[in-house]
Design a protein around this ligand. Structure first.
Ligand SMILES: NC(=O)C1=CN([C@@H]2O[C@H](COP(=O)(O)OP(=O)(O)OC[C@H]3O[C@@H](n4cnc5c(N)ncnc54)[C@H](O)[C@@H]3O)[C@@H](O)[C@H]2O)C=CC1
Ligand SMILES: O=C(O)C(=O)Cc1ccc(O)cc1
Length: 358
């Protein structure tokens, strides 16, 4: 059962449907529930909205995919109604909802808190994808109260969705995600906020860098204020350290001397070092893919033909980015492939008439 059929709840439901599970869905927002059902994520829980009636047969597992502040009350309500045998949540913060659940007197033998480290800047069931969790870490924060069968059920959910369960203490989880998710979110918002006053010339010169740095700034502010306030101290600590680096960089740039520039370069080098420590998509070291660039005319069907050519050459495309300037009839497609395949793909595309530089 999925309670809360937004981006994460519907994605979990779709992944479990692909594995052949029967899934019941509920959401207090009737439109979100209807869309999740239409997308094939499962059937609406008979009885409708959450607080109506008691469900007859408990589900094996209920996933509470609601905002962090709603986790504990939703758990209490679901347990009172006997909706499931075991329960988990997916909230981006773990310690505070767990404390709230304990304070409300929830049955913590039947609850293991969880957090899939996958998502997007979009919200709601329309952005849901069955493959969202493939190869991603999924934090599990079992308390000493949790029954072994509850831990097994929640670990099984993470695995069935294609993710890698990572068992971690709730407070440690919250400090970790402050560093790798929550503080970066605020930094992204701060950079994007500078653009509110930008003129058309500046906006017209935007490239991929500013898009990359600000992608997550497009997220739902109501969800994120809930996440940040529930993890305030760890996030503030990281932001203070980032703010110090930025203030020092600004003052060095104002100084303008060669010596000062060298100190700015030190920050850039630390940036290279930090970035290289982020694991790749399957959790191991970042694979060293080769990039094949293709100049593509902006016309219907072009991408499909390139992908088909890659398929004919037997080359798997690991990642794709498209760089295009507004108002220009061309774009540059970047195909990430294993190094052994790069030359074969480039030759195939050139033979079919595309311009492949290099
Ligand atoms: N957005 C993301 O990328 C990620 C989000 N999360 C966590 O997943 C949870 C859900 O986030 P999203 O799916 O992104 O949000 P969403 O806004 O797409 O979906 C949340 C759904 O919960 C429903 N809801 C809210 N309060 C409710 C309540 N009291 N009872 C029943 N339904 C309720 C809403 O109607 C909505 O359909 C949050 O706790 C978030 O921290 C975790 C990983 C990634
Ligand atoms: O969009 C992205 O790249 C994200 O990183 C999304 C995300 C948002 C919240 C989480 O708790 C986990 C992941």
């Amino acid at each position: 059962m999925v309670v809360g059929t937004g981006l994460i709840g519907t994605s979990i439901a779709l992944a479990m449907r692909e594995r052949g599970a029967e899934v019941l869905l509920t959401d207090r927002d009737a439109a979100a529930l209807r869309l999740a059902v239409e997308l094939g994520a499962g059937d609406a829980l008979p009885g409708g909205a959450l607080s109506d009636g008691v469900h007859a047969e408990p589900a094996d597992l209920a996933v509470l995919a609601v905002p962090p502040a709603a986790v504990a009350v939703t758990l209490l309500d679901a347990q009172k109604r006997g909706l499931a045998t075991a329960y988990t949540d997916v909230a981006s913060v773990k310690a505070l909802p767990l404390q709230q659940a304990a304070d409300l007197g929830c049955d913590l033998t039947a609850f293991v808190a969880g957090h899939p480290l996958a998502g997007s800047e979009r919200s709601g069931p329309s952005a849901a994808r069955a493959d969202l969790f493939l190869g991603r870490p999924w934090a599990l924060c079992a308390t000493p109260d949790a029954a072994p069968e509850t831990v097994a059920a929640v670990r099984g959910l993470a695995r069935a969705c294609g993710a890698m369960p990572v068992e971690v203490d709730a407070a440690e989880h919250d400090r970790a995600v402050a560093l790798v998710s929550h503080a970066p979110h605020v930094v992204s918002a701060a950079v994007a906020a500078r653009l509110t006053g930008a003129d058309d010339v500046a906006l017209g010169l935007s490239g991929q860098g500013v898009r990359d740095v600000t992608r997550i700034a497009a997220s739902d502010p109501r969800l994120w204020i809930g996440i940040l306030s529930a993890n305030s101290a760890p996030v503030a600590e990281v932001l203070e350290a980032v703010a110090t680096d930025l203030a020092v960089a600004a003052s060095l740039l104002r100084d303008g001397s060669d010596d000062a520039a060298q100190h700015v370069a030190d920050l850039l080098l630390r940036g290279n070092a930090g970035r290289s420590r982020i694991p790749g998509k399957h959790g191991g070291d970042q694979p060293a893919y080769a990039t094949v660039q293709v100049v593509i005319p902006d016309r219907p069907g072009e991408l499909a033909m390139i992908f088909q050519a890659a398929g004919i050459a037997g080359v798997n495309i690991e990642d794709v980015t498209i760089e295009h300037s507004p108002g220009r009839p061309l774009g540059v497609l970047e195909l990430a492939v294993v190094p052994e395949a790069a030359e074969r793909l480039a030759a195939e595309l050139r033979a079919r008439g595309w311009s492949v530089p290099g």
